[in-house]
Design a protein around this ligand. Structure first.
Ligand code: IVH
Length: 691
């Protein structure tokens, strides 16, 4: 990118680290259904990162979020390392892109320049792209032993107990010694609608769409909840197989999977030519809603397994398969009104209240309008007929008004001057796109902030959900997150619906939360831009919340994994007296304010910066990073002049090794790494710290 050319390498390294952290953070928010950025802003960050990485391949980091294929792996379930990586798919958004892929296949197969791609007999399997959650099932000697999510493609979550409750997944098969079957867990549309009917009948919030509901249902701690949701499964791919028949084609593999007792989608077609592929995609473009489940496209795979092997894969996706994404569907409906919601940071977000309309298979009733500028840009007014579509087929989006249908004299919408919850004046800071309620005691802010603090990704207080938070605020039992640790339980006992067991459970959950790691507490505070990895870096670098509160932004920005944006945000958060008040409430409530046992290990790596590349036998990637950081060292993702040593495992990144050699940086094997961890001395460099 031109804007970066000529920038000092240290600035580029810093910007890369910052972008990687921001992308991780906002991706995490997105996966937790709490996006803070409009999609376009996220895409801009992601694209800047992609461009900067492409421009500086020497600064590549195998752990960059651009290399990840899906959602982050969670702490709630045990990790499962996939024997065969669960890859993602490259996307084609129109027929030209799909044809481009077919041409690349023909080129890879060296079919010559003269061939007509429309009629060339390449042999494809056409499948539906099911809009659900990828799952890998492992069978050993015919018994189901494991079910795992895709996670980041290399490591997923062990959700065996939950997937055992899905009727369509066999527990025993007449299969080979080892068999991994991959497929998609989904929620049929009718089941989703029924679930929402019962939610409404119980006065509970509706689920957004079948895909997210399927994802949430799979991630339950209690398998009986998963069982109650009516999930279904389509198998579409083999993973590791030991034994079994000699298979030559993917179409035959799908037939075999079906014979073993797995549900395989009947709409698949094995065809010879690209013309037939287009017939398939065009048919489903027209008929997608004739299906009782949601699809977001088609997946076209080269049939011959030998050809698949010769084409191979990139780091992210196989070259022998392509997802053809169906264009987002648009509908028109009436914009009944524009309301404003107040988030935990006080951000006032306008959203469209719509006459319910079915778009891409599910009912849309509301859509975010992001901020005042976006409302103005779209030019929509309450009473307008508007075009609605689902962005990425998930998030509903109002595109704009149908001006020909605008009633005469329809007034423009004006952003409210006062907070709809606490009625204080709303503030739009200069140069900011967003408007905020700056009243720290605003009930709407506190409600979302407390829910977030108690959520699984933060302090994980079981039983402290939306309705209890609302009740406790309304009853004056809590006004902020600090109050959770000094609740008047006698008064709670007087509330309707609170027996001794509920009180005991909630008290125990809050007591357990007092012992959570400092990083969870930091995440729970909801400081803008600070995600779990930045919080962990701060917690282990400073060792105590008091030290973080006192640290100047520059000191925080110097920490590996914390860029200037995060550092400035944390410093400004702790500059507020309200933050100090909260911390005192935590202290009084016995909440853990200490970081990981950093002080127990000798800080022999202080001042050293150690890069690890490739796989080590005795350490996972995170384990090696932790071993370095817990001894006071830094573990950046790339080699620079400041690097003290590069530790090399099997399959190292070639660019890191070359760079280390070019810069004359010591290169260590695993034994050297172990010695370095013990002594703080780079083996072979007599008694002196490098760097
Ligand atoms: S094949 C190595 N086939 O789409 C190939 N994926 O956007 C792995 N998906 O992660 C995937 N229907 O979760 C394949 N018929 C199908 C699919 C399918 C849905 C999902 C799957 C994958 C994602 C990529």
């Amino acid at each position: 990118m031109a804007k970066n050319s000529g920038a000092a390498e240290s600035e580029i390294v810093e910007r890369l680290a910052e972008l990687r952290d921001l992308v991780r953070y906002h991706r995490d928010r997105y996966y937790n259904d709490e996006p803070e950025l409009p999609d376009a802003d996220f895409d801009a960050l992601f694209n800047e990162l992609l461009a900067l990485e492409a421009e500086h391949p020497d600064l590549a980091d195998p752990d960059s979020p651009t290399k990840e294929v899906g959602a982050p792996v969670s702490a709630t379930f045990a990790p499962v390392e996939h024997t065969v990586p669960m890859m993602s798919l490259d996307n084609a958004f129109d027929e030209n892109e799909l044809e481009g892929w077919a041409e690349r296949i023909a080129k890879g197969l060296e079919l010559g320049d003269e061939i007509d791609i429309a009629t060339a007999k390449i042999g494809y399997v056409c499948e539906l792209k099911i809009d659900g959650i990828a799952l890998s099932l492992r069978y050993e000697n015919g018994s189901l032993v494991q079910g795992a999510t895709r996670g980041n493609g290399r490591v997923g979550d062990d959700i065996t107990a939950n997937i055992r409750t899905i009727d369509e997944i066999p527990h025993e098969i007449d299969g080979p010694a080892v068999l991994e079957v991959r497929g998609e867990v989904y929620l049929p549309v009718a089941t989703f609608d029924k679930l929402n009917e019962s939610q409404e009948a119980a006065g509970l919030a509706r689920y957004a769409n079948p895909r997210n509901t399927a994802a949430g249902s799979l991630r339950q701690k209690d398998p009986s909840i998963t069982a109650s949701r009516g999930l279904a499964f389509w198998a579409y791919q083999l993973g590791q197989v030991e034994g079994g028949p000699e298979l030559t084609g993917h179409g035959a593999a799908l037939d075999w999977i079906g014979e073993l007792g797995f549900p395989v989608n009947p709409e698949r077609r094995v065809v010879e030519t690209f013309t037939e592929v287009l017939e398939f995609t065009r048919h489903w473009q027209e008929h997608r809603h004739d299906l009782p489940y949601e699809i977001d496209g088609a997946v076209i795979k080269v049939d011959s397994l030998a050809t698949q092997r010769s084409l191979g894969s990139t780091a992210r996706a196989p070259r022998w398969a392509m997802a053809y994404k169906l264009p987002p569907e648009e509908k028109t409906t009436t914009l009944i009104d524009i309301h404003v919601s107040i988030g935990r940071t006080g951000k006032a977000t306008p959203f469209a209240v719509l006459e319910p309309v079915v778009v891409a298979g599910s009912t849309v009733r509301m859509a975010t309008l992001h901020n005042a500028d976006q409302v103005a840009l779209k030019g929509v007014r309450p009473g307008d007929t508007v075009n609605v579509r689902k962005a990425g087929d998930v998030i509903p989006e109002v595109l704009g008004p149908v001006l020909s249908e605008r009633p005469a004299g329809l007034p423009e919408w004006v952003f409210p001057t006062n907070c709809p919850s606490c009625h204080e004046l709303l503030v739009r800071p200069e140069d900011e796109a967003h408007t905020f309620c700056v009243n720290p005691t605003c009930p709407a802010r506190q409600q979302t902030q407390i829910e977030y603090f108690a959520s699984r990704g933060a302090m994980d207080i079981d039983g402290m959900g939306e309705s209890r938070v609302a009740l406790f605020i309304e009853q004056g039992l809590i006004a902020d997150v600090g109050d959770l640790f000094s609740i008047d339980w006698e008064r709670v006992g007087e509330l309707e619906g609170f027996g001794q067991t509920s009180i005991d459970n909630l008290q125990a959950a809050i007591a357990a939360a007092t012992q959570r790691p400092l990083a969870s507490l930091l995440v729970g505070l909801g400081i803008r831009h600070l995600g779990p990895s930045g919080a962990e870096s701060l917690a282990s670098a400073f060792g105590h919340l008091d030290a973080i509160m006192e640290a100047p932004a520059e000191e925080m920005a110097a920490i590996d994994g914390v860029g200037p944006v995060i550092a400035a945000s944390v410093a400004s958060y702790f500059a507020s007296p309200k933050a100090h008040e909260l911390v005192e409430k935590f202290r009084a409530g016995g909440v853990n304010l200490e970081g990981p046992e950093r002080s127990e290990l000798p800080q022999v790596l202080e001042g050293l910066s150690i890069v690890v590349t490739g796989s080590l036998e005795g350490y996972s990637r995170d384990g090696a990073a932790e071993a370095i950081k817990s001894r006071g060292g830094k573990n950046p993702g790339s080699v620079s002049k400041k690097t003290s040593a590069v530790v090399v495992g099997s399959d190292p990144g070639a660019s890191k090794l070359t760079k280390a050699e070019d810069l004359g940086i010591p290169v260590l094997d695993e034994a050297g790494f172990v010695e370095l961890l013990e002594t703080g001395t780079v083996p072979g460099i007599a008694d002196e710290k490098t760097g």
